[in-house]
Design a protein around this ligand. Sequence first.
Ligand code: SF4
Ligand code: SF4
Length: 351
Amino acid sequence: MLDEDPKSVDQCARCGACRSVCPVFQESGWESAGARGRIMILKGLDSCLTPDSQVLDSLNSCTTCAICTELCPAGINPPALIERGRRQMVSKGVMTGQQRSLAENILSSGNTFGLNDDRLSWLKDRKLILKKADYAYFVGCMNSYRFAETAARTFSLLQNFGVTILPAEKCCGSPLIRMGFDAQKLVKENSRQIKEIGASTVITGCAGCHTTLKNSYNEFFEVKSVSEFLSEHISELDLRQLDLTVSYHDPCHLGRHSKIYDQPRKLIKAVCNLEEMKTIRESARCCGGGGGVRYGYKDLSLRMAKRRLSEVPEGVDYIVTSCPLCIRNLRDAGAGDKVIDLVDLLAMALP
Ligand code: SF4
Ligand code: SF4
C-alpha cells in the first residue's frame, strides 16, 4: 500500500476520475460510495465531525480494490486512507454489531469462521510438518476450512521443494486489519511460529494473506504467492498439456497491490490456452469480495461479482484465479464450479 498520510486527503482534486472505475459506485450510484465521496467524508472525520451509520456504510463498503489508486491524477491512495478512517472509527468504538462480533470471533478462535474444528483436517499425516525449513506455506482460513482439497493439493506440490506449514497457524489478521481492528495478537503468534521454523520465505495461497503478511508483519521473511514460487520452479514441475481454454481473474490484492500479473499467466500458458477477460491486470474489475464487503454487504458484493462474470469470454472451460475469497464470491454469483484455483488447474496437468 502507498501513502496513508492524513495530509494526502487534502490533495484530492475532486476531479471524479475515480468514480468511473469504482466498482461500488457503479453498483450504488451514490457519491459516498466512491473514492471521492469517501475522501470528503474522511476530511469531515479529521475535522472531528461525528460519524453516523451512513459514514460507516460509506467507509466500510470499499473493497480496497485500489483501481482508483491506479488512475488518481493526484497520486493519492484512497483505500489506504479509507483503512486509516476505519481504524479511527474503531478506535472510537464506532462500528456495527456485526463487525464487533466478527472481530471477537476471529480473536478468540483464530479463524474467520469462529470455528473450533481442526484447521489441519486436510492434512493426511502430521509427520509431514517439518520442524525446520527455509519455506513455509501459509494456508489461510479460507483454504483451511472451505477449500481443503486446494490446500492439500497446494501443500503436496510445495512439499517437493522442502516446504512445511505452521503447526498451529492462526488467521493472518487480514479481515481485522482491513476493517480497522488491531491484529497484533495474531501477527505475533504466526510470526513466532515462522521464526521457530526458521523460514526465510512464506508462501501464500490467498491474496488477502499475501498483502497482510507482506505489509503488516515484521520483515524478517520474504512473502511469495504460490504462483510466484511455482513459476520460478516451472521447469521442475513436469506439467503436461491440457485440452482446455481458461480465463484468469486477477485478485486485486495480488495484482494491483503486489503487481503479480505475469507469474500466474506463465503457469496457465504452460498447461493450456488462456483467453483474457475484458479487463485485466492493472485494470481488472474487482470481484467485490474484499475489504470486508462480502461480510458486511453481501448483496452488493455479489452484484459486483456478477458484473465481473459478465467480462468472461464465452466458451471458456474454467475461470482460474489465485484467491479463495474471489473463488467463493464468483462461484456464489453464479459461476459455480467453473471457478477454480490456479493450483487446481495445475493439479490436472500433473502426471
Ligand atoms: S481520482 Fe483522485 S483526485 Fe480525483 S476525485 Fe478521485 S481521489 Fe480525488
Ligand atoms: S479501492 Fe476500489 S472500492 Fe474502494 S474507493 Fe477505490 S475503487 Fe472504490
